[in-house]
Ligand binder design. Structure first.
Ligand SMILES: *[C@@H]1O[C@H](CO)[C@@H](O)[C@H](O)[C@H]1NC(C)=O
Length: 306
C-alpha cells in the first residue's frame, strides 16, 4: 500500500514535470514517414524514408524499423545501432542486402527493399529511441506498404494503316491493369519517323489530363486530333486528315501511376509498357495528279510560245 501510494505520487510528479517541460521547451519530437499507402510493384526496389526532428542532442539520431504484424506484434527488421536487432525470420534477407537501410543524414534514414515481395505488404514502423531528457512528442510513425503484381497489359491496332493524304488514321491502344485501387493509367501515342527519335503526339492521363506533344499543339488546337475513348481499357486517337509527314511507326505506351506527396498531388510512375502499333503509310494521290496537270500545261504553253 505504502509503495503504491509512493508510485502514485512519483507518477504525478513526473507528469507535472512533463507538462512543465512541454510548456517551457514548446517543442516536441516529430517522427515522420510518408503518407501511405505506398503502392509499389513486386520485384521493384522500394525505399521508405523516415525523418526525425525537434529532438534534443545528439544530433545524429538512431532509428529502428519494424514490421507491425497482426495483434500489434512487432517484427524487428533493421536498426542503425543494434546489430542483433533483426528477427531471425528476416536475417537472410538482411544479410544478403535485400532488406536494409540507408542513412540520408543525421536525422533521416530510408528502409530499403532491393526486390520487394507481395508478402512484404503491410504496416511498417519507424522508431527513434529516446535521447531526450523528457519524453515529449512521438517516437515512432507507421506507414502502409501495398505491393501489387505487375498486371499492366498493352495491345494495339491500326484498323487502316495505308491511307491517302487527307484520310483519317485511327490509332487504337488497349491498356488494362488488374489492380485499380490507388493506381491510375496514362496512355501516350508517339511516332517514329525514319530513324528519328520517338516523338510524343498526345498523352491521356493520369486522371484524364491531356498533354499534347510540342509538335502537335497546333494540330490539336485546330481539331486535327480526336480522342476516342469507349472505356473498358480502349483508348483511341484519331489523326484526321493525314499528311505525308504523318507517315511513320506508331507506338503506344501505357504507364501506371500512384499519387504521393503532400495531398497526393505528386504523381509517381510505378510501371511502363510500350507496344509498337505498326507502320502507317500515307500515299500522295491528289498531289501527283495536280503536278502532272501543271507539268502538262507548262509543256503546252512552252510548246505554243512563239
Ligand atoms: C481492344 O478492346 C476492345 C474492346 O474493349 C476489343 O474489341 C479490341 O479487339 C481490343 N483490341 C486489341 C488490339 O486488343
Amino acid at each position: 500500500m505504502h509503495f503504491l501510494k509512493m508510485d502514485g505520487i512519483m507518477g504525478l510528479f513526473h507528469s507535472v514535470i512533463l507538462v512543465i517541460a512541454l510548456v517551457v521547451v514548446g517543442e516536441s519530437r516529430v517522427v515522420k514517414v510518408p503518407i501511405g499507402p505506398l503502392v509499389r510493384v513486386e520485384g521493384q526496389a522500394v525505399s521508405i524514408r523516415c525523418d526525425v526532428s525537434n529532438h534534443e542532442l545528439p544530433r545524429d539520431q538512431d532509428f529502428e524499423w519494424f514490421m507491425v504484424l497482426a495483434g500489434d506484434k512487432l517484427l524487428p527488421l533493421v536498426s542503425t545501432f543494434d546489430n542483433t536487432f533483426t528477427d531471425p525470420t528476416v536475417k537472410d534477407r538482411v544479410n544478403s542486402g535485400d532488406i536494409g537501410y540507408k542513412r540520408l543524414g543525421d536525422n533521416a534514414v530510408e528502409l530499403i527493399f532491393k526486390k520487394v515481395r507481395a508478402t512484404d505488404s503491410g504496416l511498417y514502423r519507424c522508431s527513434t529511441p529516446s535521447t531526450d531528457s523528457v519524453i515529449s512528442g512521438n517516437y515512432d510513425a507507421d506507414v502502409e506498404l501495398k505491393v501489387i503484381g505487375d498486371s499492366l497489359k498493352v495491345s494495339s491496332a491500326i484498323p487502316k494503316s495505308a491511307v491517302s493524304e487527307g484520310e483519317s488514321v485511327e490509332l487504337q491502344c488497349n491498356a488494362t491493369r488488374g489492380f485499380t485501387e490507388y493506381t491510375f493509367l496514362s496512355v501516350t501515342w508517339s511516332i517514329r519517323k525514319g530513324n528519328g527519335p520517338l516523338e510524343e503526339i498526345l498523352t491521356f492521363g493520369p486522371d484524364h489530363k491531356i498533354t499534347v506533344g510540342s509538335s502537335y499543339t497546333q494540330l490539336y488546337t485546330d481539331g486535327g486530333l480526336r480522342l476516342d475513348l469507349h472505356g473498358g481499357g480502349f483508348y483511341g486517337l484519331v489523326l484526321k486528315r493525314a499528311k505525308l509527314s504523318d507517315q511513320g511507326v506508331y507506338v503506344c505506351t501505357a504507364r501506371e501511376w500512384v499519387r504521393q506527396g503532400g495531398g497526393g498531388r505528386i504523381w509517381r510512375k510505378i510501371l511502363e509498357k510500350s507496344e509498337e502499333m505498326g507502320k502507317v503509310v500515307v500515299t500522295k494521290i491528289m498531289m501527283e495528279i495536280k503536278l502532272t496537270g501543271q507539268w502538262m500545261s507548262n509543256m503546252f504553253y512552252e510548246g505554243c510560245e512563239p
